[in-house]
Design a protein around this ligand. Structure first.
Ligand code: ATP
Ligand code: MG
Ligand code: FE
Length: 344
């Protein structure tokens, strides 16, 4: 089964081709292409939905041609077309849904709508060291921070989540306060390499709450207070210390709650997915804990941590291997800007 995957939920246009054999074998990535709109939105300090939709329209066909050429396939070789159904920006989602339905109708192939977070969650199955079910998943992206118990494909139980900002949002908002542009997560992480995480004491909200929920809104306020205190006297070294302290506070909470989730579920495998999963400090600290306790931690390949079409094609393929009836032929432009993963 050859699956074309289209991602257009936010500010990345991603297209990919995945080949899936029997349910025992993990699907293989044949080709993928990505266009990030970061440069376009940078001037506005965040994603402008209308501009995002228009750019997806411009990019999605050239990217599709590109992956077909890369894989040496023609349109008629595609068996199923997968697209991100939600959650995300409605106008942006419609571009992917529109192309998927148009291709489906023209080629007489079924389409399948994929949950964006399921894509992130399953993305480590495209790595050289794929996980086995069941596992605990730490989903840390720009819009979500969740811990889940994953029994199998499609069996996701929410253990805890953020009650306010997402971890990626905490990185991005703190980075903005430090004058690091958008999206600031990677820039803050780079600046943090030059700082000492112990210079500033920042809050670790809900660390000892006894639940698996997160809260990052207070951290952003604390960073703002520090930035104000430093005022005009702020030097490059102070900014690096503050970046390091911010990163340490976020990572500390993510690591401790992940360990608590593993203990609570009695599981010994952790999957980390979403853009913040690219963070080096997070990876180093989780790896160190796992080694000490004999646990395994699985990550997507670095370039597949943030949004991409490969994870959408993959999630569709893994779902269809178990539930072929999910493929539809009504070609309605079906999207779900707000969509709970447990209901997917
Ligand atoms: P969602 O998946 O919840 O809809 P999203 O798709 O915008 O949100 P992703 O693309 O998965 O999120 O991840 C983007 C986020 O990851 C941004 O907040 C970005 O700052 C953050 N990020 C990326 N790389 C790093 C890094 N090395 N360290 C910290 N944060 C990072
Ligand atoms: Mg993005
Ligand atoms: Fe995402």
């Amino acid at each position: 089964m050859l699956v074309l995957g289209i991602e257009s939920s936010c500010d990345e246009t991603g297209v990919a081709l995945v080949r899936a054999e029997g349910p025992a074998a993990p699907p293989r990535l044949l080709a993928h292409a990505l266009h990030s709109q970061i440069d376009m939105h940078q001037a506005y300090g965040g994603v402008v939905p209308e501009l995002a939709s228009r750019d997806h329209i411009r990019r999605v066909l050239p990217l599709t041609r590109q992956v077909l050429a890369q894989a040496g396939c023609g349109l008629e070789d595609i068996d199923t077309i997968a697209y991100t159904r939600g959650p995300g920006l409605a106008g942006a989602l419609l571009v992917g849904a529109g192309l998927a339905c148009a291709l489906g109708a023209a080629l007489d192939r079924p389409v399948v709508g994929v949950h964006h977070l399921e894509g992130h969650l399953l993305s480590p199955f495209l790595s050289a060291d794929p996980p086995e079910f069941p596992f605990v998943a730490l989903l840390v992206s720009g819009g979500h921070t969740q811990l889940m118990r994953v029994e199998d494909v499609g069996r996701y139980e929410l253990l805890g989540e953020t009650i306010d900002d997402a971890a990626g949002e905490a990185f991005d908002k703190s980075a903005k306060l430090l004058g690091l542009g958008y999206p600031g997560g990677p820039a803050l992480a780079r600046l943090a390499e030059f700082g000492d995480p112990d210079v500033f004491t920042l809050p670790r909200p809900l660390l000892h709450s006894g639940t698996l929920d997160f809260s990052f809104a207070g951290l952003k306020t604390a960073v703002w207070t520090q930035v104000r205190k430093l005022g005009d006297r702020v030097c490059e070294q102070d900014r690096a210390h503050l970046a390091a302290s911010t990163q340490a506070a976020i990572v500390d909470v993510l690591v401790k709650k992940s360990l608590a989730a593993l203990k609570q579920t009695g599981l010994s495998r952790l999957v980390v997915a979403g853009g913040v999963g690219a963070n080096r400090r997070l990876r180093a600290m989780l790896d160190a804990q796992a080694q000490r306790r004999g646990w395994r931690v699985h990550y997507p390949e670095l370039h597949l941590c943030t949004d991409n079409g490969a994870m959408i094609a993959l999630a569709a393929a893994m779902r269809l291997q178990r539930e072929p009836q999910r493929a539809r032929r009504d070609y309605a432009f079906d999207i779900a800007p707000r969509w709970d993963l447990a209901a997917a």
